[in-house]
Design a binder for this molecule. Structure first.
Ligand code: GLU
Length: 430
């Protein structure tokens, strides 16, 4: 079977992705008896803009890129959410993801609303200089709409601390004063937060350990398959392996690997950096050997015989087509919206416990909140404090979601959505 490419992940049109998000909202609004005027406001974002970003390329010619920023709701505080650089970015995708951010920030009790941004681009095809000019151009396009008290962007798919540093610098320049709280996910030496980079993956492992406590499985006997080996996937595997879990498969856009004895995340990352792809990076302990593993597709990874499946790449990879074939007992949703609504109903019926993305991957935005506070107050937090506070916030949120799910005999996603949407609606009412 040939390896799947990035575009193959997009199994569902982005239009349906947004319509699905609206449908989920309406279902919960029905349960919570939310007034029509509040529902109407929540169904669509407050504002969505599409703008041109002219970038001077290395060959001297100007190329136009398209950027988006969507501000869904700010009842709880400034709009908050990442900016992704990806060839498949579209207005509907960004709208759906901005709504998810509203629920995520609400669920974990942050004083933020929801937003999201993106640029249609394959950043791997740009030089460092082009990437820098694109990042600065993005800020020029939305400058009047963002800021520490209005809308605070952060990294997302294919964006990182360096890009946030360029964006913060551009924002401060246009503002005429140093404004580090305008962005989060910056490098630690530029008012970034120690631990922000690994926060999402770290948070996911806290959720894994909560499941472990409840269901009593033993790390050494528990196998995991992690789809995606970017910042989130890599850090998840790193912390999980450190806690003794056996990661038997992982993947990137081009395909994945299966290592029966359990792979070594750090070695695999080094091998990936050297070779540019994960196939053949079969690393156990400190040794990488071709005879240790075998190449698999992203599709095969999802359907593997494992205890825990961790989709940590992009949205809508578990659909009604492959949901009946998922063999894992637990799914930890580390990507944004990796499971479609129909797929989720199938998983639930089959007794698979899926921890929803707005809880499982909220470690990133929780750490962003700490960074925002730190940048505003000009007080530096130690990493121990960051990880301790992050664990406390996640454990509290998990307890709320689990408690409601048990009490009302509803799935974890429904419980999380009820809690999240109720808090937003209450804020809107008052
Ligand atoms: N992009 C991350 C997310 O989807 C982080 C957002 C943030 O820190 O604002 O949750």
């Amino acid at each position: 079977m040939s390896a799947r490419r990035a575009s193959d992940y997009v199994l569902m049109s982005n239009r349906n992705f947004f319509l699905d998000s609206q449908k989920q909202l309406r279902e919960i609004a029905d349960i919570l008896k939310i007034e029509p005027e509040i529902l109407q406001e929540l169904e669509e974002p407050h504002r969505v803009i599409k703008f041109q970003i002219p970038v001077q390329m290395d060959n001297g010619k100007v190329k136009i890129f398209f950027g988006f920023r969507c501000q869904h709701n700010n009842a709880l505080g400034p709009y908050k959410g990442g900016i992704r650089f990806h060839p498949e970015v579209s207005e509907d995708e960004i709208k759906a993801l901005s709504m998810l951010m509203t629920w995520k920030c609400s669920l974990v009790d942050l004083p933020f609303g929801g937003g999201k941004g993106g640029v249609i681009v394959n950043p791997r095809k740009l030089s460092r200089g082009e990437l820098k000019r694109l990042s600065r151009g993005y800020v020029q396009g939305i400058f009047p709409l963002i800021g520490p008290e209005n809308d605070v962007p952060a990294p997302d798919v294919n964006t990182n601390a360096q890009i946030m540093a360029w964006m913060t610098e551009e924002y401060s320049k246009l503002k005429g004063k140093d404004t580090p709280a305008a962005f989060t996910g910056k490098p630690p030496e530029l008012w970034g937060l120690k631990g922000r980079e690994e926060a999402t993956g770290y948070g996911g492992v806290i959720i894994l350990k909560k499941l472990q406590q409840i269901f009593g499985f033993k790390p050494k006997e528990t196998t995991l398959a992690v789809q995606g080996f970017g910042n989130v996937g890599f850090n998840f595997t790193r912390f999980a392996a450190h806690d003794g879990y056996k990661i038997i498969a992982t993947s990137e856009r081009e395909g994945g690997i299966y290592v029966e004895k359990g792979l070594n995340p750090e070695q695999t990352l080094r091998c990936l950096a050297e070779k540019g792809r994960i196939a053949g990076c079969y690393c156990i302990g400190s040794v990488c050997d071709l005879s240790y593993g075998k190449q698999i597709t992203n599709e095969e990874l999802l359907e593997m015989e494992v205890d825990v499946l961790v989709p940590a790449a992009v949205e809508n990879v578990i659909t009604k087509e492959n949901a009946p074939k998922i063999k894992a007992k637990y799914v930890i949703e580390m990507a944004n919206s990796p499971v479609t609504a129909t797929a989720e109903a199938i998983l639930e019926k089959r007794g698979v416990k899926a921890v929803p993305d707005i809880l499982a991957n909220s470690g990133g935005v929780i750490a962003s909140y700490f960074e925002w506070l730190q940048s505003k107050q000009k007080i530096l937090w130690e990493k121990e404090k960051v990880l301790k506070e992050l664990s406390a916030t996640l454990e509290k949120s998990f307890k709320k979601v689990w408690g409601l799910s048990e009490k009302e005999k509803i799935g974890l996603r429904k419980a999380a959505y009820v809690l999240a949407i109720d808090r937003v609606a209450k804020a809107m009412r008052s």
